[in-house]
Design a protein around this ligand. Sequence first.
Ligand code: GRG
Length: 299
Amino acid sequence: MDTTLAQLQSYLEARLGQVERALEQYLPIQTERPRQLPSAMRYAVLGGGKRLRPILCGASAEACGASLEPVMPTACALELIHAFSLVHDDLPALDNDTLRRGKPTVWCAYNEAMAILTGDALFAMAFELLAKQAETTPAERVIQVLALVTQAVGVDGMVGGQVEDILSEGSEPTPDGLAYIHLRKTGALIRASVLAGAILAGATPEQLRALDTYSTAIGLAFQIVDDILNETSTPETLGKATQSDRNRGKATYPRLFGLDESWRQAETAIREALQSLADFDERANPLRWLAQYTLLRQR
Ligand code: GRG
């Protein structure tokens, strides 16, 4: 096997194990009351998912001289926000999806009311974990991360991107409109994950600027590949519905540019991401592997 691929695989396996263990410990255990909610939260989060956002947060901390374990509360908070967005995104009022990470979506396994409340509880818990980071990290860094993450999920981040995505259904996509959606709906949280790890590790302003370029580029490439896989993969491989974007008339890269040109644009973004790491030493290698993984992933 190609060395980079082998290194990436063993890196991902090790980090995935660390993140799974932490999530397992942080999430509430089901007791008598409230009924269902802790078990629905665990169902939504555990047992699936690539954990890309926490792994990026840890890899970025590594590139700046720290490591994943000291930033774990923040890394897991980012995964909880991601899981929350998936639970709500799958609801009948949004994408109306029944399959996620190879199992029934939360609203199908429980019901709509419980899925809404599970998302709400995961979102609240994410902020509990972001605050917990202050137990081991200087408070001014934690507050910087808090501001970054709230911006990434709010009106000019994930929610804004999602709103544009929904409102664009059925209309002819434009390159500008599509970039707006992708950079916010998916890119903003990926960017925040990379920058959060760096801020907590005490990165310099130059390092943060470089990682801003890196994370914006991989966030865009990640969503372009997501669009491509939605078009070309199968539910068995992807663990969620395929062809759904096309069926809903969603604005996607393949629809606007075709598959070949979409791949080219994703590759260009990854080249830019790799170039932005030029001044980092070998401790940024995991970030370099993760950039390449964006293009290699099958799910
Ligand atoms: C306020 C956080 C917040 C959200 C509410 C529902 C919503 C607004 C936004 C939805 C955003 C969304 C679902 C974007 C799609 C992102 C995406 C590409 C998801 C797939 O991510 P992967 O491949 O999934 O990392 P796994 O399962 O591996 O974690």
